[in-house]
Design a protein around this ligand. Structure first.
Ligand code: SF4
Ligand code: SF4
Length: 248
């Protein structure tokens, strides 16, 4: 019998015998394709609860598996393995090992929120993807991914100055991720800006990149936000039973 949904079976679970005769009938090769049985014993019964405790994951329990999020997903259109509906299913079932197989692509969500608008149950799948990537990092399953490093650099700049200066964010992001500043797209962008923007504005942008001006009276507001974020991080760790999550 042909396997209609072969793409859903992990390749290592498919076994084919090159030479096999059964009751005198030659069923070598394709005709002897077997699917190995899968026995799951290690459900993580806390997984849904833990991801729901992280920002963005709150409404995961509402999912009814319609698949609208995956159908609408920008990244899924390029990489069919990027499947928010499937990951939400694995989380709700506590199938941690299965989820870990995809740990290196879950963070690739680009936060376009097309899934969020398509979802009929207000699950906020974009938030669930962010919470899942965060959960994977907090649990030590993945190292910090570039999108998380970008968020950190962005937030640090807001705490420090109350402003965002794109040039400085990019410079620090490339430095922390060990990338060259001379990216082709960046060079093309700067060339375009140089040829189009008035000289006065370019000068202002360059000075802002070099001297990082602060919003007036930002000190107290910046400290209050940084304090809130630290409390939030401690609460996340507490929800997952990790060190560094002591009561505030
Ligand atoms: S926010 Fe992420 S999961 Fe949702 S559609 Fe965009 S890329 Fe896909
Ligand atoms: S669109 Fe919403 S309800 Fe449907 S599978 Fe995705 S998250 Fe679940």
């Amino acid at each position: 019998m042909p396997i209609h949904e072969k793409s859903l079976i992990r390749p290592e679970n498919l076994v084919t015998h090159e030479r096999l005769k059964l009751d005198g009938v030659d069923v070598s090769g394709h005709w002897s394709t077997f699917i190995l049985p899968r026995v799951i014993t290690d459900y993580n019964e806390q997984m849904q609860e833990e991801i729901a405790a992280l920002p963005g994951g709150e409404f995961i329990h509402r999912c009814w598996q319609c698949g609208s999020c995956t159908n609408a997903c920008t990244v899924n259109a390029i990489n069919p393995d990027f499947n928010p509906r499937y990951w939400i299913y694995l989380i709700r079932m506590g199938l941690e090992d299965e989820l870990l197989r995809d740990k290196d692509i879950i963070w690739q969500c680009v936060s376009c929120n097309k899934c969020t608008y398509a979802c009929p149950r207000d699950v906020n799948p974009e938030g669930v993807m962010k919470a899942t990537a965060h959960w994977l990092e907090l649990k030590g399953h993945t190292e910090k991914k570039p999108s998380m490093i970008f968020d950190e650099v962005f937030a640090e700049q807001v705490f420090a100055t109350g402003k965002i200066e794109d040039g400085r964010v990019l410079r620090q992001f490339f430095a922390r991720t060990g990338q060259s500043l001379l990216q082709d797209w960046l060079v093309a962008l700067i060339r375009g800006l140089l040829s189009r923007l008035p000289a006065g504005l370019m000068m202002k942008l360059s000075l802002a990149t070099l001297f990082a001006p602060r919003t007036r009276g930002w000190h107290r507001a910046g400290n209050a936000i940084a304090e809130y974020v630290a409390e939030r991080h401690a609460a996340d760790r507490r929800a997952l039973g990790l060190k560094g999550g002591a009561e505030q």
